[in-house]
Design a protein around this ligand. Structure first.
Ligand code: GLY
Length: 391
């Protein structure tokens, strides 16, 4: 089988499929790139809960639960650590409006059976003394952790290489179709690859691949996020860390988060901009992130700013991923993960490997079939896994 796209979703699909005994090729001009190089790596199933996204919550929770085992397996397979850190998250309110919003989120979390604890401003500052004195209250969510997406990508690349995935360092230019099914792809460098099954996992670019019939082309669009990386001060052993957990807030209507890593990095994100393919880091974006982060944690202005970057979240009309077989036999999708790509990596790998080997998605992934965007065909029959062809 052939995976088009070598970001975290393409890589985890390739690794898990190879683990099920499939012969796997992957095409990408720069495998390991994409949105995960920018992402902060919050595993925020509970703190990123939104009204109307309860179905997605189920998938997010399933993936969060798999992270410890996934981490063990991947670190063993790759011989590298991925920076999975069970640090928990504190979501705080800076004013009365934020407080009301957090109270509503807390009620929704409680109704959904999720663990979160309401804290006063003073209790928040006791946990995280660097927080601004004006913090009005917050939610302590001990189950929302983090991973380092750059280390995750690096480990997935190594695991794929060790599992025998064949890398073609060129972009997919066209899906090839014959006899009413996907048959492979032509790459930008002229290479032609044939495959019994093709997985389109090209992030935001998945919606524009030539050769994909209109009715199965995934409706994904890019949503830009700008992110900053600061360097945390070294603290003597036994002294409190600058921040001990992820801290987040909604500031002026936009989500803001500060993710402290064990390696001394503090990731501050993120803007959310509908600007097509633009990945410019702007003065305005950096200014807004620093201004809002400073309101939350005034001490950040003392920290070295070491990197600014921007990435594109692959976004679907319902903010949930498109997973598994399409109505074009042989073509699968693994895209549209929007704000949850890093969180959903373990469950996506498992779901795609299952679909590729059995023809159907596992129970928890079925609501995310691409068929939901195809009103003409409300429920696709599972596509039987065809005989593998050389790729
Ligand atoms: N999950 C955080 C973001 O997309 O900004």
């Amino acid at each position: 089988m052939l995976v088009l796209g070598g970001g975290i979703i393409g890589l985890v699909t390739a690794w898990r499929a190879a683990g099920r005994g499939l012969t796997v090729a992957l095409a990408d001009p720069a495998p390991g790139g994409g949105a995960a190089r920018v992402a902060a790596g919050m595993l925020a199933a509970v703190t990123e809960l939104h009204y109307g996204e309860q179905t997605l919550l189920g998938l997010n929770l399933a993936s969060a639960q798999r992270y410890p085992r996934f981490t063990e397996e991947l670190e063993e397979a790759a011989g590298q650590r991925i920076g999975y850190r069970r640090c928990g998250t504190l979501a705080v309110a800076l004013d009365a409006d934020d407080r009301a919003h957090l109270r509503e989120l807390h009620a929704l979390q409680t109704r959904s059976g999720l663990e979160s604890q309401w804290l006063t401003g003073r209790e928040c500052r006791r946990l995280e003394p660097m927080l601004a004195p004006g913090v009005r209250g917050g939610l302590r969510v001990d189950g929302d952790h983090q991973v380092d997406p750059r280390r995750l990508v690096s480990a997935l690349l190594a695991a794929c290489e060790r599992a025998g995935v064949a890398f073609h360092r060129s972009a997919a230019a066209r899906l090839t179709v014959g006899g009413g099914r996907a048959t492979g792809a032509e790459l930008a460098d002229g290479t032609r690859l044939s495959a019994g099954q093709v997985v389109l996992a090209a992030g935001s670019h998945s919606g524009g691949l030539a050769g994909v019939p209109d009715e199965v082309l995934p409706p994904v669009r890019p949503v830009k996020g700008q992110v900053l990386r600061l360097r945390l001060p070294e603290v003597p052993a036994g002294s409190p860390a600058f921040l001990s957990r992820t801290v987040r807030a909604v500031v002026r209507g936009g989500p803001l988060y500060l993710v402290p890593r064990e390696n001394g990095e503090l990731v501050v994100g993120a803007t959310s901009e509908e600007l097509g393919w633009d990945t410019t880091v702007t003065a305005g974006g950096v200014y807004e992130l620093l201004r809002d982060a400073h309101e939350l944690v005034p001490g950040i202005t003392e920290l070295p700013l070491v990197e600014t970057c921007a990435g594109l979240r692959p976004t679907s009309p319902d903010n949930a991923p498109l997973l598994g077989p399409t109505e074009l036999p042989g073509l699968h999708l693994a895209t549209g993960h929007y704000r949850n790509g890093v969180l959903l990596t373990p469950v996506t790998g498992d779901a795609m490997a299952e679909a590729l080997t059995t023809g159907s998605l596992p129970e928890e992934a079925r609501p995310f079939s691409p068929a939901r965007f195809s009103p003409a065909a409300p429920g696709p029959e599972p596509t039987p896994a065809p005989e593998e062809q050389p790729v």
